[in-house]
Write a protein that binds this ligand. Structure first.
Ligand code: NI
Length: 176
């Protein structure tokens, strides 16, 4: 396995619509090793989610995992589609491995249903709430060329990490 290089805001690949994965390649050793590398990279940089465009692959692939937090099970989403948004919204601090040392509040639907293929190539139907729902939406945004700063409606909450630690740390934050 390998820790991959993460592209940062300004890298044009982060602004592309990612390509769908050819499902016949999911079982290949090359693709499975790429998934393992994505997990290793995410854990290495202490994120809870990572999308393939962040590691220079413009493909519709997302991994998620949060050690010690059962709200986010180990998840692989291939060619994901959000098929339902819940009626209520919630606001949460977000960060991103592609935007160093920044945090901002984003308002998103608090529940989503997503359909995606897993790493065995089996179509899954996942209902997600809370942090898991936020993470799924943040990561699928990466596949659409969107970053959390595009989703902020109140830019006055955009915060550098030192100031976040000083003034806002008690609130939960998702670095995805
Ligand atoms: Ni991100």
């Amino acid at each position: 396995m390998a820790v991959l290089t993460i592209g940062k805001v300004g890298n044009p690949i982060l602004r592309l619509i990612a390509n769908p994965v050819d499902l016949s390649t999911i079982g290949s050793r090359r693709f499975q090793e790429f998934l393992d590398d994505m997990f290793e990279t995410m854990v290495h940089f202490e994120g809870i989610g990572l999308a393939a465009p962040q590691v220079a692959h413009s493909q519709q692939v997302v991994v998620m995992e949060c050690d010690g937090n059962d709200d986010i099970p180990q998840t692989v989403l291939i060619n994901p589609k959000i098929v339902f948004y819940g009626p209520t919204q919630s606001e949460m601090w977000e960060g991103c491995l592609s935007i160093d040392n920044m945090r901002g509040k984003v308002l998103r639907p608090s529940m989503v249903r997503v359909q995606a293929y897993d790493r065995q190539g089996v179509l899954q139907d996942i209902e997600a709430n809370g942090l898991y729902a936020v993470c799924i939406q943040h990561e699928i945004d990466h596949l659409l060329g969107k970053l959390f700063i595009d989703r902020m409606t109140d830019m006055s909450t955009l915060t550098q990490l030192e100031e976040f630690d000083a003034y806002w740390r008690e609130e939960s934050v998702a670095v995805i």
